[in-house]
Design a protein around this ligand. Structure first.
Ligand SMILES: Cc1cc2nc3c(=O)[nH]c(=O)nc-3n(C[C@H](O)[C@H](O)[C@H](O)COP(=O)(O)OP(=O)(O)OC[C@H]3O[C@@H](n4cnc5c(N)ncnc54)[C@H](O)[C@@H]3O)c2cc1C
Length: 477
């Protein structure tokens, strides 16, 4: 039997064994496999470090992956340093001649520079597809350019062959005689301590591949049938909640896509709707590939001179969920307490920051990146730009969400608000989204003193709307 050299399997944002093309290729190479996760000092430098909430997630995800690999006779080696240095050093010490990796599309994870550095040392890098439904190069306009509008992108995607059938996790991963020494996960200090603001996270989430698979199964059994109607209602459990798992690659989009096949006929429309949302993720990545500094630069340079305000008081009120607009406050508090915010409320809260407070969307993007467990460089930046009106295929700037009407439409009974803004729990339904207009005796009955137990609005929405529209008009002129 040929004496195969070891292969290094480099995990990045693909923390799973299921549908992991790089893992399978490394095993197929025939030699022992050395799985490694590298923490770079400049980790994601260009898009900022991993946010605090996602570091909490990463800790648990890596612990889970290590345990899984151990159960298959392998291990996960944790190492810190610059990726190419760690990899070439490890290859030298173990005799490995190739690094297997799944393709990633963020600036700092782009493989080209690393591949060049490794090649100089005689180490090959073999990259595989799997982070998206389709290889971004396969979805192009007739003239070979990337799409800038979602619907034609989605139509083109549907004309392609379906995304690849997922490959099952292996039964065993061949181990070397000796694994290189691993750093300790606890030493990476990914978990918050003083204060431990993530205390409530584990009531909501089970990071790791097993948690992702369970979430997918539950979603298909319980929520998918009502997805189209329910997905806009923040008090209803109707969406998959798979985004944090997808963000670190604990589940592949292809696995999700195929799991929704074969549903009874009545669910076909729901499945179509859900898959369309999943395709938005591919679309956001295609934008990120096109414009790697999507978190910093307006997609449309027509917004470059926008007169953003430096309203520190407003920004702090927004981050703390104390704007005086209950739906915005509920969203921002959901984010702080659980690391997540419902999609509809993300749009309302983002619109409030950008258009009511006229605070630069980039500040909001950064805040979300630090506090969301599903923070994703493509989805976050593209969606912030979408709300701001400066993105590709964006919502027009003059579409300014009214936080009161949005609340009344999508949370008519105020159930979502009452969950996250308990001081409004006793307020009558009629006033739940506009406590500042409630008569004094109604407030008194509900135990609310405006400005004391619950804030007055930080800004009048009517005034804010006119101000934003005037600024937009001036910019265009
Ligand atoms: C201002 C703003 C910031 C956002 N930041 C992020 C972020 O950092 N990370 C993130 O994953 N999503 C982000 N989104 C998109 C969306 O809110 C979340 O993907 C969604 O709420 C996740 O919940 P879910 O998994 O239950 O979604 P589901 O409704 O179950 O959708 C399934 C999957 O489709 C994808 N998806 C759904 N909606 C979108 C969308 N609008 N854009 C791109 N992909 C989508 C996600 O991967 C999601 O997990 C943002 C939206 C806004 C308006």
């Amino acid at each position: 039997m040929a004496d195969h050299k070891p292969s290094i399997l480099w995990f990045r944002k693909d923390l799973r064994l299921d549908d992991n093309a790089a893992l399978h290729a490394a095993i197929d190479a025939g030699g022992p496999v050395i799985p490694v996760y590298i923490r770079e000092p400049d980790d994601l430098r260009n898009v900022g470090p991993l946010g605090g909430a996602q570091e909490w997630w990463l800790h648990h995800s890596l612990a889970g992956l290590k345990a899984q690999l151990k159960s298959l006779g392998s291990d996960l080696i944790l190492a810190s340093g610059k990726a190419q240095d760690v990899l070439s050093d490890m290859a030298e010490r173990t005799g490995a001649s190739a690094v297997y990796v799944n393709r990633a599309y963020e600036r700092t994870l782009i493989d080209r520079d690393i591949a060049i550095a490794l090649k100089e040392k005689g180490i090959a890098i073999r990259a595989f597809h799997g982070q998206l439904l389709h290889d971004p190069k396969s979805i192009r306009t007739g003239s070979g350019n990337p799409f800038k509008v979602f619907t034609p992108f989605w139509n083109a995607m549907q004309r392609l062959q379906e995304t690849h059938p997922p490959i099952d996790a292996p039964d065993a991963v061949p181990a070397p005689d000796h694994f290189p020494k691993s750093e300790g996960l606890d030493g990476w200090k990914l978990l918050p301590t003083r204060p431990n603001w993530a205390l409530g996270f584990s009531d909501h989430w089970t990071p790791g591949e097993a948690g992702a698979a369970e979430r997918l199964e539950d979603f298909i059994d319980r929520e998918l049938h009502d997805y189209k109607r329910g997905r806009d209602l923040p008090s209803v459990d109707a969406t998959s909640l798979l985004s944090p798992h997808l963000a670190l690659g604990e589940i592949s989009p292809a696995r999700i896509w195929h799991a929704t096949s074969g549903q009874p006929n009545r669910a076909a429309e729901e499945v179509g709707h859900f898959r369309r949302e999943l395709a938005w993720r591919d679309f956001c990545y295609s934008l990120l590939i096109e414009q790697p500094d999507l978190d910093e630069t307006n997609w449309s340079d027509g917004f470059d001179g926008f007169p953003w305000q430096s309203d520190e008081k407003g920004f702090i009120a927004w981050t703390k969920g104390r704007t005086g607009y209950p739906i915005v406050d509920a969203g921002m508090r959901q984010l702080w307490q659980t690391g997540f915010m419902h999609n509809r409320v993300r749009m309302i809260a983002a619109s409030f920051l950008i258009k009511d407070l006229m605070i630069d969307w980039r500040r909001g993007e950064k805040w979300f990146r630090d506090t969301l467990v599903d923070a994703d460089p493509a989805n976050n930046a593209a969606n912030w730009q979408w709300v701001a009106g400066c993105g590709a295929d964006a919502s027009p700037f003059f579409r300014i969400f009214n936080p009161i009407l949005q609340g009344e439409k999508f949370d008519p009974d105020g159930d979502y608000v009452k969950t996250y803004v308990p001081e409004l729990q006793k307020l009558e339904r009629k006033h739940i989204h506009r406590p500042f207009e409630a008569p004094a005796h109604v407030l008194e009955k509900a135990g609310i003193t405006l400005g004391v137990t619950y804030p007055r609005p930080v800004i009048d929405h009517g005034f804010a709307r006119d101000r934003a529209l005037a600024a937009y008009k001036a910019l265009r002129a």
